[in-house]
Design a protein around this ligand. Structure first.
Ligand SMILES: NC(=O)c1ccc[n+]([C@@H]2O[C@H](COP(=O)([O-])OP(=O)(O)OC[C@H]3O[C@@H](n4cnc5c(N)ncnc54)[C@H](O)[C@@H]3O)[C@@H](O)[C@H]2O)c1
Length: 352
Protein backbone atom coordinates (compact mmCIF):
# COMPACT_ATOMS: atom_id res chain seq x y z
CA UNK A 1 0.00 0.00 0.00
CA UNK A 2 1.32 3.42 -0.92
CA UNK A 3 2.03 5.95 1.84
CA UNK A 4 -0.80 8.27 0.85
CA UNK A 5 -4.11 6.57 0.09
CA UNK A 6 -4.75 6.99 -3.64
CA UNK A 7 -8.38 7.74 -4.51
CA UNK A 8 -10.34 7.42 -7.75
CA UNK A 9 -13.91 8.69 -8.24
CA UNK A 10 -16.56 7.00 -10.39
CA UNK A 11 -19.28 9.46 -11.48
CA UNK A 12 -18.52 13.15 -12.03
CA UNK A 13 -21.91 14.78 -11.39
CA UNK A 14 -23.28 16.95 -8.57
CA UNK A 15 -21.73 15.16 -5.58
CA UNK A 16 -18.33 14.40 -7.15
CA UNK A 17 -16.72 17.81 -6.34
CA UNK A 18 -17.64 17.29 -2.66
CA UNK A 19 -15.69 14.01 -2.78
CA UNK A 20 -12.79 15.66 -4.59
CA UNK A 21 -12.55 18.54 -2.07
CA UNK A 22 -12.90 16.21 0.91
CA UNK A 23 -10.16 13.89 -0.39
CA UNK A 24 -7.92 16.89 -1.12
CA UNK A 25 -8.40 18.17 2.45
CA UNK A 26 -6.90 15.03 4.01
CA UNK A 27 -3.12 14.95 4.54
CA UNK A 28 -2.77 11.22 3.92
CA UNK A 29 -5.00 11.05 0.83
CA UNK A 30 -4.35 11.80 -2.81
CA UNK A 31 -6.92 12.24 -5.57
CA UNK A 32 -5.61 10.45 -8.66
CA UNK A 33 -8.36 9.87 -11.24
CA UNK A 34 -12.01 10.22 -12.18
CA UNK A 35 -14.28 8.29 -14.56
CA UNK A 36 -17.65 9.25 -16.06
CA UNK A 37 -19.40 8.37 -19.31
CA UNK A 38 -19.91 12.07 -20.11
CA UNK A 39 -16.56 13.50 -21.41
CA UNK A 40 -17.36 17.15 -20.49
CA UNK A 41 -17.96 16.17 -16.86
CA UNK A 42 -14.67 14.28 -16.76
CA UNK A 43 -12.86 17.26 -18.29
CA UNK A 44 -14.27 19.66 -15.73
CA UNK A 45 -12.93 17.64 -12.79
CA UNK A 46 -9.64 16.93 -14.58
CA UNK A 47 -9.15 20.65 -15.27
CA UNK A 48 -10.02 21.65 -11.71
CA UNK A 49 -7.91 19.06 -9.91
CA UNK A 50 -5.17 18.19 -12.41
CA UNK A 51 -5.89 14.45 -12.24
CA UNK A 52 -6.33 11.69 -14.84
CA UNK A 53 -9.72 11.30 -16.51
CA UNK A 54 -11.51 8.34 -18.10
CA UNK A 55 -14.79 7.78 -19.90
CA UNK A 56 -14.63 4.07 -19.11
CA UNK A 57 -14.61 2.80 -15.52
CA UNK A 58 -12.75 -0.43 -16.28
CA UNK A 59 -9.98 1.50 -18.07
CA UNK A 60 -9.44 3.62 -14.95
CA UNK A 61 -9.40 0.53 -12.72
CA UNK A 62 -6.93 -1.23 -15.08
CA UNK A 63 -4.52 1.66 -15.59
CA UNK A 64 -4.43 3.55 -12.30
CA UNK A 65 -2.76 2.60 -9.06
CA UNK A 66 -5.65 3.17 -6.64
CA UNK A 67 -6.29 2.15 -3.02
CA UNK A 68 -9.84 3.50 -2.61
CA UNK A 69 -12.58 4.11 -5.17
CA UNK A 70 -15.59 6.31 -4.35
CA UNK A 71 -18.86 5.68 -6.18
CA UNK A 72 -20.88 8.78 -7.17
CA UNK A 73 -23.12 7.31 -9.87
CA UNK A 74 -26.95 7.12 -9.72
CA UNK A 75 -28.17 5.04 -6.76
CA UNK A 76 -29.38 2.08 -8.85
CA UNK A 77 -25.86 1.66 -10.29
CA UNK A 78 -24.04 1.60 -6.94
CA UNK A 79 -23.96 -2.18 -6.70
CA UNK A 80 -22.62 -2.73 -10.21
CA UNK A 81 -19.90 -0.07 -9.88
CA UNK A 82 -18.95 -0.92 -6.28
CA UNK A 83 -18.57 -4.60 -7.22
CA UNK A 84 -16.45 -3.74 -10.29
CA UNK A 85 -14.10 -1.72 -8.08
CA UNK A 86 -14.00 -4.31 -5.28
CA UNK A 87 -13.33 -7.10 -7.79
CA UNK A 88 -10.31 -5.11 -8.93
CA UNK A 89 -9.05 -5.33 -5.33
CA UNK A 90 -9.89 -1.74 -4.32
CA UNK A 91 -11.54 -0.60 -1.11
CA UNK A 92 -14.81 1.19 -1.85
CA UNK A 93 -16.73 4.14 -0.41
CA UNK A 94 -20.15 4.22 -2.04
CA UNK A 95 -22.54 7.16 -1.87
CA UNK A 96 -25.86 6.75 -0.09
CA UNK A 97 -28.07 4.82 -0.43
CA UNK A 98 -25.92 1.67 -0.38
CA UNK A 99 -28.17 0.38 -3.17
CA UNK A 100 -31.88 0.35 -3.92
CA UNK A 101 -32.38 -3.43 -4.27
CA UNK A 102 -31.84 -6.22 -1.75
CA UNK A 103 -30.15 -8.50 -4.29
CA UNK A 104 -27.61 -5.80 -5.15
CA UNK A 105 -26.80 -5.23 -1.45
CA UNK A 106 -26.37 -9.01 -1.00
CA UNK A 107 -23.96 -9.05 -3.93
CA UNK A 108 -21.96 -6.11 -2.56
CA UNK A 109 -21.54 -7.79 0.83
CA UNK A 110 -20.60 -11.06 -0.86
CA UNK A 111 -17.95 -9.47 -3.10
CA UNK A 112 -16.54 -7.47 -0.20
CA UNK A 113 -16.02 -10.66 1.84
CA UNK A 114 -14.65 -12.57 -1.12
CA UNK A 115 -12.15 -9.84 -2.06
CA UNK A 116 -11.13 -9.06 1.56
CA UNK A 117 -11.56 -5.33 1.00
CA UNK A 118 -13.36 -2.65 3.05
CA UNK A 119 -16.74 -1.26 2.05
CA UNK A 120 -18.10 1.98 3.52
CA UNK A 121 -21.31 3.81 2.65
CA UNK A 122 -21.58 7.59 2.87
CA UNK A 123 -23.85 8.64 5.71
CA UNK A 124 -22.00 11.80 6.61
CA UNK A 125 -24.43 12.95 9.29
CA UNK A 126 -23.36 10.13 11.58
CA UNK A 127 -20.14 12.16 11.84
CA UNK A 128 -21.89 15.41 12.88
CA UNK A 129 -20.92 16.51 16.40
CA UNK A 130 -24.53 16.54 17.66
CA UNK A 131 -25.31 13.06 16.37
CA UNK A 132 -22.04 11.67 17.73
CA UNK A 133 -22.82 13.21 21.13
CA UNK A 134 -26.38 11.87 21.31
CA UNK A 135 -25.20 8.45 20.10
CA UNK A 136 -22.58 8.30 22.87
CA UNK A 137 -25.28 9.22 25.42
CA UNK A 138 -27.59 6.50 24.07
CA UNK A 139 -24.72 4.00 24.41
CA UNK A 140 -24.34 5.06 28.07
CA UNK A 141 -28.11 4.54 28.46
CA UNK A 142 -28.34 8.18 29.59
CA UNK A 143 -31.87 8.50 28.15
CA UNK A 144 -33.09 5.54 30.23
CA UNK A 145 -35.69 3.35 28.55
CA UNK A 146 -36.18 4.67 25.02
CA UNK A 147 -39.85 5.35 24.40
CA UNK A 148 -40.07 7.26 21.09
CA UNK A 149 -37.87 8.37 18.18
CA UNK A 150 -39.00 10.65 15.34
CA UNK A 151 -37.52 12.02 12.13
CA UNK A 152 -39.13 15.01 10.36
CA UNK A 153 -37.79 15.99 6.93
CA UNK A 154 -39.80 18.93 5.50
CA UNK A 155 -37.66 19.67 2.44
CA UNK A 156 -38.19 21.37 -0.91
CA UNK A 157 -37.02 20.26 -4.34
CA UNK A 158 -38.29 22.08 -7.44
CA UNK A 159 -39.63 20.36 -10.54
CA UNK A 160 -36.41 21.58 -12.17
CA UNK A 161 -34.42 19.43 -9.75
CA UNK A 162 -36.36 16.30 -10.75
CA UNK A 163 -36.00 17.20 -14.43
CA UNK A 164 -32.23 17.81 -14.11
CA UNK A 165 -31.35 14.13 -14.43
CA UNK A 166 -33.38 11.42 -16.16
CA UNK A 167 -32.75 9.08 -13.20
CA UNK A 168 -34.10 11.40 -10.49
CA UNK A 169 -37.28 10.21 -8.81
CA UNK A 170 -37.41 7.00 -10.87
CA UNK A 171 -37.90 3.58 -9.31
CA UNK A 172 -35.25 2.06 -11.53
CA UNK A 173 -32.30 4.30 -10.71
CA UNK A 174 -33.25 6.51 -7.69
CA UNK A 175 -35.09 3.63 -6.04
CA UNK A 176 -37.85 5.99 -4.91
CA UNK A 177 -38.29 9.66 -4.09
CA UNK A 178 -38.01 11.69 -0.90
CA UNK A 179 -37.38 8.61 1.23
CA UNK A 180 -34.69 6.79 -0.75
CA UNK A 181 -32.90 9.92 -1.94
CA UNK A 182 -33.22 12.76 0.58
CA UNK A 183 -34.46 11.19 3.82
CA UNK A 184 -32.10 8.25 4.04
CA UNK A 185 -29.67 10.52 5.93
CA UNK A 186 -32.15 11.15 8.75
CA UNK A 187 -33.55 7.62 8.68
CA UNK A 188 -30.02 6.27 9.06
CA UNK A 189 -29.30 8.57 12.02
CA UNK A 190 -32.68 7.73 13.62
CA UNK A 191 -32.03 3.98 13.49
CA UNK A 192 -28.40 4.48 14.55
CA UNK A 193 -29.65 6.24 17.70
CA UNK A 194 -32.83 4.22 18.39
CA UNK A 195 -31.73 0.77 17.18
CA UNK A 196 -33.24 -1.45 14.50
CA UNK A 197 -36.81 -1.07 13.31
CA UNK A 198 -39.01 -4.16 13.71
CA UNK A 199 -42.24 -3.18 11.99
CA UNK A 200 -43.72 -0.37 9.89
CA UNK A 201 -47.05 0.98 8.77
CA UNK A 202 -46.94 3.75 6.16
CA UNK A 203 -48.61 6.01 3.64
CA UNK A 204 -46.83 7.59 0.67
CA UNK A 205 -48.09 9.90 -2.09
CA UNK A 206 -46.97 12.14 -4.94
CA UNK A 207 -48.57 15.53 -4.35
CA UNK A 208 -46.74 18.33 -6.15
CA UNK A 209 -44.15 16.96 -8.59
CA UNK A 210 -44.21 15.18 -11.93
CA UNK A 211 -42.23 12.15 -10.87
CA UNK A 212 -42.64 8.38 -10.71
CA UNK A 213 -42.10 7.93 -7.00
CA UNK A 214 -43.26 9.63 -3.76
CA UNK A 215 -42.71 13.25 -2.72
CA UNK A 216 -44.42 12.77 0.66
CA UNK A 217 -44.38 9.89 3.13
CA UNK A 218 -45.46 9.24 6.70
CA UNK A 219 -44.54 6.05 8.56
CA UNK A 220 -45.25 4.70 12.02
CA UNK A 221 -42.48 2.55 13.45
CA UNK A 222 -42.00 0.01 16.17
CA UNK A 223 -38.33 -0.41 17.05
CA UNK A 224 -36.88 -3.79 18.05
CA UNK A 225 -36.39 -2.44 21.61
CA UNK A 226 -40.14 -1.78 21.88
CA UNK A 227 -40.04 2.01 21.41
CA UNK A 228 -42.38 3.63 18.89
CA UNK A 229 -41.55 6.31 16.34
CA UNK A 230 -42.43 8.18 13.19
CA UNK A 231 -40.88 9.30 9.94
CA UNK A 232 -42.52 12.22 8.11
CA UNK A 233 -40.83 13.38 4.94
CA UNK A 234 -41.52 15.50 1.88
CA UNK A 235 -39.76 17.40 -0.88
CA UNK A 236 -42.95 19.42 -1.42
CA UNK A 237 -42.61 21.82 1.54
CA UNK A 238 -41.53 25.16 0.09
CA UNK A 239 -39.07 26.70 0.95
CA UNK A 240 -37.76 23.68 2.87
CA UNK A 241 -36.77 23.78 6.50
CA UNK A 242 -34.21 21.82 8.47
CA UNK A 243 -34.64 18.24 9.54
CA UNK A 244 -35.49 17.37 13.11
CA UNK A 245 -34.62 14.13 14.84
CA UNK A 246 -36.05 13.52 18.31
CA UNK A 247 -35.11 10.91 20.89
CA UNK A 248 -37.19 10.43 24.02
CA UNK A 249 -36.62 8.18 27.03
CA UNK A 250 -37.78 8.05 30.64
CA UNK A 251 -34.53 9.64 31.78
CA UNK A 252 -33.93 12.21 29.06
CA UNK A 253 -34.84 13.86 25.76
CA UNK A 254 -32.85 15.26 22.86
CA UNK A 255 -33.59 16.90 19.55
CA UNK A 256 -31.20 17.45 16.68
CA UNK A 257 -32.39 20.32 14.52
CA UNK A 258 -30.77 21.02 11.15
CA UNK A 259 -27.84 18.80 12.21
CA UNK A 260 -27.17 20.73 15.44
CA UNK A 261 -28.11 19.90 18.99
CA UNK A 262 -31.37 21.78 19.60
CA UNK A 263 -32.33 20.38 22.98
CA UNK A 264 -30.81 18.04 25.50
CA UNK A 265 -32.06 17.32 28.96
CA UNK A 266 -30.98 14.35 31.07
CA UNK A 267 -32.40 13.44 34.47
CA UNK A 268 -28.90 12.70 35.69
CA UNK A 269 -27.99 16.39 35.32
CA UNK A 270 -30.99 17.69 37.30
CA UNK A 271 -30.04 19.40 40.54
CA UNK A 272 -33.47 18.66 41.95
CA UNK A 273 -36.30 16.37 40.88
CA UNK A 274 -38.62 17.78 38.18
CA UNK A 275 -41.84 16.79 39.93
CA UNK A 276 -44.83 14.99 38.49
CA UNK A 277 -45.29 17.28 35.49
CA UNK A 278 -41.67 17.48 34.29
CA UNK A 279 -39.98 20.56 32.84
CA UNK A 280 -41.60 23.60 31.20
CA UNK A 281 -41.06 24.91 27.68
CA UNK A 282 -39.20 27.87 29.19
CA UNK A 283 -36.61 25.62 30.76
CA UNK A 284 -36.22 23.84 27.44
CA UNK A 285 -35.39 27.08 25.63
CA UNK A 286 -32.73 28.07 28.15
CA UNK A 287 -31.10 24.69 27.79
CA UNK A 288 -31.14 24.91 24.04
CA UNK A 289 -28.91 27.98 24.15
CA UNK A 290 -26.55 26.31 26.61
CA UNK A 291 -26.39 23.10 24.65
CA UNK A 292 -25.62 24.68 21.31
CA UNK A 293 -22.84 26.85 22.75
CA UNK A 294 -21.30 23.99 24.63
CA UNK A 295 -21.57 21.25 22.04
CA UNK A 296 -20.84 22.77 18.68
CA UNK A 297 -17.08 23.09 18.38
CA UNK A 298 -16.11 24.72 15.09
CA UNK A 299 -13.50 22.03 14.45
CA UNK A 300 -16.19 19.41 14.09
CA UNK A 301 -18.40 21.41 11.77
CA UNK A 302 -16.03 20.86 8.84
CA UNK A 303 -16.77 18.67 5.86
CA UNK A 304 -18.41 15.49 7.10
CA UNK A 305 -17.45 13.64 3.91
CA UNK A 306 -13.80 14.26 4.85
CA UNK A 307 -14.43 12.80 8.32
CA UNK A 308 -15.95 9.75 6.71
CA UNK A 309 -13.06 9.29 4.27
CA UNK A 310 -10.63 9.68 7.20
CA UNK A 311 -12.60 6.98 9.03
CA UNK A 312 -12.21 4.68 6.00
CA UNK A 313 -8.46 5.32 5.88
CA UNK A 314 -8.24 4.52 9.61
CA UNK A 315 -10.19 1.28 9.06
CA UNK A 316 -7.83 0.23 6.26
CA UNK A 317 -4.65 1.10 8.15
CA UNK A 318 -5.83 -0.63 11.37
CA UNK A 319 -7.59 -3.45 9.52
CA UNK A 320 -10.72 -2.41 11.40
CA UNK A 321 -14.30 -1.66 10.37
CA UNK A 322 -15.52 1.67 8.99
CA UNK A 323 -18.25 3.32 11.13
CA UNK A 324 -20.79 2.96 8.30
CA UNK A 325 -19.90 -0.40 6.78
CA UNK A 326 -22.07 -2.34 4.34
CA UNK A 327 -23.88 -4.32 7.04
CA UNK A 328 -24.75 -1.17 8.97
CA UNK A 329 -25.81 0.80 5.86
CA UNK A 330 -28.20 -1.92 4.74
CA UNK A 331 -30.79 -1.42 7.51
CA UNK A 332 -31.91 2.13 6.53
CA UNK A 333 -32.52 0.85 2.99
CA UNK A 334 -34.52 -2.08 4.43
CA UNK A 335 -36.62 0.44 6.43
CA UNK A 336 -37.38 2.40 3.27
CA UNK A 337 -38.22 -0.73 1.25
CA UNK A 338 -40.59 -1.75 4.06
CA UNK A 339 -42.26 1.69 3.99
CA UNK A 340 -42.84 1.29 0.23
CA UNK A 341 -44.25 -2.19 0.74
CA UNK A 342 -46.61 -1.06 3.50
CA UNK A 343 -47.82 1.91 1.46
CA UNK A 344 -48.40 -0.38 -1.53
CA UNK A 345 -50.16 -3.20 0.32
CA UNK A 346 -51.90 -1.19 3.06
CA UNK A 347 -50.49 -3.64 5.59
CA UNK A 348 -48.01 -3.53 8.44
CA UNK A 349 -44.62 -4.87 7.30
CA UNK A 350 -42.28 -6.75 9.63
CA UNK A 351 -38.55 -6.47 9.00
CA UNK A 352 -36.46 -9.63 9.34
N1 LIG B 1 -24.21 12.29 0.57
C1 LIG B 1 -24.92 13.27 0.05
O1 LIG B 1 -25.26 14.24 0.74
C2 LIG B 1 -25.33 13.21 -1.40
C3 LIG B 1 -25.71 14.37 -2.08
C4 LIG B 1 -26.05 14.27 -3.43
C5 LIG B 1 -26.04 13.03 -4.06
N2 LIG B 1 -25.70 11.91 -3.36
C6 LIG B 1 -25.71 10.57 -4.00
O2 LIG B 1 -24.68 10.56 -5.00
C7 LIG B 1 -25.09 9.79 -6.14
C8 LIG B 1 -24.98 10.66 -7.40
O3 LIG B 1 -25.84 11.77 -7.25
P1 LIG B 1 -25.59 13.11 -8.12
O4 LIG B 1 -26.60 14.08 -7.64
O5 LIG B 1 -24.13 13.45 -8.12
O6 LIG B 1 -26.02 12.56 -9.56
P2 LIG B 1 -25.58 13.13 -11.01
O7 LIG B 1 -26.59 12.65 -11.96
O8 LIG B 1 -25.32 14.59 -10.92
O9 LIG B 1 -24.19 12.39 -11.25
C9 LIG B 1 -24.09 11.01 -11.56
C10 LIG B 1 -22.98 10.82 -12.58
O10 LIG B 1 -22.79 9.43 -12.82
C11 LIG B 1 -22.44 9.31 -14.20
N3 LIG B 1 -22.63 7.93 -14.70
C12 LIG B 1 -23.79 7.32 -15.00
N4 LIG B 1 -23.53 6.08 -15.47
C13 LIG B 1 -22.19 5.93 -15.46
C14 LIG B 1 -21.32 4.85 -15.83
N5 LIG B 1 -21.78 3.69 -16.28
N6 LIG B 1 -19.98 5.04 -15.68
C15 LIG B 1 -19.49 6.21 -15.22
N7 LIG B 1 -20.28 7.27 -14.86
C16 LIG B 1 -21.60 7.11 -14.97
C17 LIG B 1 -23.35 10.31 -14.89
O11 LIG B 1 -22.89 10.63 -16.19
C18 LIG B 1 -23.31 11.48 -13.93
O12 LIG B 1 -22.32 12.42 -14.27
C19 LIG B 1 -26.54 9.34 -5.85
O13 LIG B 1 -26.53 8.02 -5.38
C20 LIG B 1 -27.01 10.27 -4.75
O14 LIG B 1 -27.95 9.67 -3.87
C21 LIG B 1 -25.33 11.99 -2.06
Amino acid sequence: MTEKMRFGIIGAGVIAPTHAKAIRSLPDAELVAVADVIPERVEKIVDTYGIHGYTDIQAMLDKEQLDIVTICTPSGMHGEHACMAMRSGRHVVVEKPMEIRRAAMDEMLHVQKEQLVKLAVISQHRFDAANQQVHALVAEQAFGKLVMGNALIPWWRSQGYYDSGAWRGTWQFDGGGVLMNQSIHSIDVLQWLMGKVKSIYAYTDTRVHRMESEDVAVAVLRFANGALGTIAATTGAYPGTGTRIEIYGDKGSASIEADELGYLHLARDDKEAMGDYGGSGKAAKAEKAEASAANNPAALSTNSHALQFADMIRAIREDGTPLVDGVSARHPVEIILAIYESARTGKEVTLS
